[in-house]
Design a protein. Structure first.
Length: 305
């Protein structure tokens, strides 16, 4: 075989490999595009329906373009939701509950994660396994004894008659208990911190809590941001506890407010979709500002240093 034929063979092999690589990438992008369309379309339809009149919601064939777009009554659904259905109050209630519950998760989960990651004590692995096993227990199993216990708790600052009933306390305080997912996330992150930093702090005379506060917490901003956002979203979308504990309209959260547009025989879909847009918008804003820390936290958690 001559040198020229070898050169042609190598060029042909490289060209085939390049075409195969391009084909794989093209197929991958097509699949990702189809997946993105199926993922985004429900949100697009929700946004479109929020600008429709009740008559246009049930039009056949369905129209993606809303009939009130760029019309004088374009924002009537949003105005009605915010003014006549108290969604401003519901949004503030949800923001308060979700923020306080997320802060509770940060405090207890970071402390527990630090203990399981850096401290040595008898039965540590057994306790950690038991804590993780609680994640397999659905909330529906424990909600009844939790409700009975919360109804009997007496606190004159909250409600001297019904305990925790019809207050924000049962929506927030359970999040101040150690959570399995948050503890696991923080434990994995704290395990990646170099041991030399801890040893240097010990040499300087720092106590265990000072090491946690001054060394580990400043380094855990990505993991803490990730945990805060996940806890915030979970509590923002929570429906079961608010339905059980909250009966006063003034204390309702957004998930309860969304159910008011659905009756036994009919539903006000245009108002429901406008309210859903209002409920989703704060989550999108929070994620946009925190996404850099979230990606960094997920990328570094679980990598041993």
């Amino acid at each position: 075989m001559t040198v020229q034929s070898l050169t042609h063979t190598r060029v042909r092999v490289k060209r085939q490999a390049m075409l195969l690589s391009i084909s794989r990438k093209t197929l991958l992008y097509i699949l990702l595009t189809v997946f993105a369309i199926f993922t985004i379309f429900p949100f697009v339809w929700m946004l479109s329906t929020s600008f429709k009149s009740p008559r246009a919601v049930f039009a056949l064939p369905p129209q993606l373009m809303p009939d009130r777009l760029f019309q004088p009554d374009m924002f009537d659904n949003y105005v009605e939701v915010l003014t006549e259905h108290s969604f401003v109050r519901y949004t503030l209630n949800s923001f308060y509950v979700a923020t306080m519950a997320a802060i509770g998760q940060l405090i207890t989960s970071s402390l527990a994660g630090f203990a399981f990651a850096r401290l040595e004590f008898r039965g540590k692995n057994v306790l950690f396994a038991l804590l993780l096993s609680t994640s397999f227990i659905p909330i529906e199993v424990s909600i009844i004894p939790e409700f009975l216990m919360g109804a009997k708790i007496f606190d004159p600052l909250l409600d001297p008659i019904g305990g925790w009933l019809d207050t924000f306390a049962p929506l927030i305080i359970p999040s101040f208990m150690v959570g399995s997912f948050g503890t696991f996330l923080m434990r994995e992150f704290f395990s990646t911190v170099p041991k030399e930093l801890e040893e240097a702090a010990v040499i300087d005379g720092a106590t265990t809590f000072r090491i946690y506060r001054s060394v580990f917490l400043p380094l855990s901003k990505p993991a803490m941001t990730t945990l805060f956002l996940i806890a915030f979203i979970n509590n923002w979308n929570a429906l079961l506890r608010p339905v059980l504990y909250i009966s006063t309209d003034y204390l309702r959260t957004l998930p309860i407010g969304l159910t008011t547009f659905q009756g036994e025989y009919e539903a006000q879909w245009n108002l429901s979709m406008a309210a859903s847009v209002i409920a989703v918008l704060p989550l999108i804003v929070v994620y946009i500002f925190a996404q850099r820390y979230i990606v960094e936290g997920i990328a570094t958690t679980g990598l041993k240093g």
